[in-house]
Design a protein around this ligand. Structure first.
Ligand SMILES: Nc1ncnc2c1ncn2[C@@H]1O[C@H](COP(=O)(O)OP(=O)(O)OP(=O)(O)O)[C@@H](O)[C@H]1O
Ligand SMILES: [Mg+2]
Length: 186
């Protein structure tokens, strides 16, 4: 056991003993309600730029669509997002003409299916891509991405793990960490 006394926490400063070591590629936290997941999504959506890829992994009902709805709202979608479970892709626009495509790949079972959803064309067009069940389109997942894994803990509680691949997403994760946890929490 650590024999050093814990340093009392002071507002605006990290407690160097009690705080875990920060990994610039990873951020794990808990959402305590559907609304809080939406708010985390909004904070994330505000940071997204054209061609960003956001993979949302996790079991059925773990909250992927809830997060995506918040992301679309924060990004500035003119329409409220809904689940694309049955139609695979929902395409949203912003006032400046930018696009965000939200896909649910749960029903894609073969590599041929995955080819048909045109991941690369969508990214090349400049759209932001949010993909639920990204494991079903493995060969199309870009190297640079933000990968979010959501897990059910209790009826209202979900764990959210974010992993950044590439400089763009490491920076994005740093911004998200600051906006969601240091400048007032979600
Ligand atoms: N903290 C929470 N965050 C997100 N959703 C929550 C939370 N607590 C409870 N819920 C509920 O869990 C469900 C999450 O559903 P959602 O459609 O977002 O899951 P999903 O991961 O997209 O599932 P699927 O794989 O079927 O698309 C909703 O009914 C929501 O109200
Ligand atoms: Mg869903």
């Amino acid at each position: 056991m650590c024999s050093r006394p814990l340093v009392p926490f002071q507002a605006g400063r990290y407690n160097s003993v009690a705080m875990p070591i920060m990994d610039s590629h990873a951020l794990d936290f808990i959402s305590y309600s559907y609304d809080q997941t939406l708010r985390y999504g909004v904070k994330l959506g505000q940071l997204l730029k054209p061609q960003d890829f956001l993979g949302l992994s996790g079991n059925l009902g773990s909250g992927k669509t809830a997060l995506a709805i918040g992301v679309a709202r924060g990004w500035g979608s003119l329409e409220s997002a809904t689940s694309p479970s049955y139609i695979l892709v929902n395409e949203y626009s912003r006032a400046d003409g930018a696009e965000l495509h939200h896909m649910d790949c749960y029903r894609l079972s073969t590599a041929v299916d995955a080819d048909h959803i045109c991941v690369d064309e969508r990214l090349e067009s400049g759209a932001v891509l949010i993909v639920e069940w990204p494991e079903h389109i493995k060969s199309w997942i870009p190297k640079q991405k933000l990968w979010v894994t959501m897990s059910y803990i209790t009826e209202d509680k979900r764990s959210i793990q974010m992993r950044a691949d590439g400089n763009r997403f490491t920076q994005l994760l740093a911004e998200f960490r600051k906006n969601a946890f240091q400048h007032g929490s979600a």
